[in-house]
Design a protein around this ligand. Structure first.
Ligand code: GLN
Length: 242
């Protein structure tokens, strides 16, 4: 289980999301509330990206141990963020480049979950990727392979929600016990999926936040049902079954 979030709206300070909210991402690293799907704490790494850019910062280790990030977060203001804390799947390396967000310079991408029976289950799927992409993957982790598949499909100009839905179906066909909550943004729209883990949305017509767990006690947070895709920007939130 990892925890991730994305925000679009009026400019916000990064520390509001990472450290200051009552159930900030830092708190969700050591005391997540919604743990169905496995895992207990999210201390193997963290990452955040924001626009314009996107600029990305990611490190292995617990988010609270990074004094530099606190300073950075206090002075970083943006209208679009994506951030994650990581609980590494057993057998996957605990290194900086295994942490979300992954990026191609346009999109920021995060995966909460795991590919079951990794890596044998998705060997066929991996064969559809140019070998140079496999050789330059950020890290030998399931999330990085999924991102490699997503980024190539986005480049063909396909609708981003369709890309995530199609990939979810293909991975589940190959590796049925997989958990596939995706979250990505290009700074104008957020696209997310629910496939086993929780995802919540807070939308007030000016801003939208999607997060694995609500960041505060606001009763306007709504849970996205399982096996759904959500496309959100500050004015609209669309949710449909996968
Ligand atoms: N499988 C991914 C990893 O190891 C994501 C982990 C998670 O969601 N807990 O990084």
């Amino acid at each position: 289980m990892c925890r991730h979030l994305a925000y679009l709206g009026p400019a916000l300070r990064l520390d509001d999301l990472l450290f200051d909210a009552p159930d900030s991402l830092e708190r969700q690293a050591y005391a997540p509330q919604l743990m169905h799907g496995g895992g207990t704490i999210n201390v193997d790494g963290y990452g955040v990206g924001w626009f314009p850019g996107p600029i990305r910062y990611r490190r292995a280790g617990p988010i609270w141990a990074d004094a530099n990030l606190r300073q950075l977060a206090m002075t970083t203001l943006s209208t679009a963020f994506l951030a994650a804390v990581r609980s590494a799947t057993v057998g996957m390396p605990v290194v900086d480049p295994a942490c979300a967000p992954f990026t191609d310079g346009t999109w920021l991408f995060s995966h909460n979950g795991r590919v079951s029976d990794w890596p044998e289950s998705v060997a066929e799927l991996a064969r559809t990727v140019p070998v140079t992409d496999l050789l330059t993957m950020d890290a030998p982790v399931d999330s990085a392979l999924l991102w490699t598949l997503v980024r190539r499909r986005l480049e063909t100009g396909k609708n981003p929600a369709d890309v995530l839905v199609e990939l979810t179906k293909e991975v589940v066909a190959a590796a049925p016990a997989s958990r596939l909550n995706f979250l990505m943004t290009n700074g104008s729209v957020i696209v997310g999926t629910t496939w086993t883990h929780s995802l919540w949305v807070l939308h007030d017509g000016e801003s939208v936040t999607l997060a694995s767990e609500p960041l505060d006690g606001d009763d306007a947070w709504r849970e996205i049902p399982d096996n759904h895709v959500v496309v959100a920007d500050p004015s609209t939130v669309e949710v449909r079954p996968i």
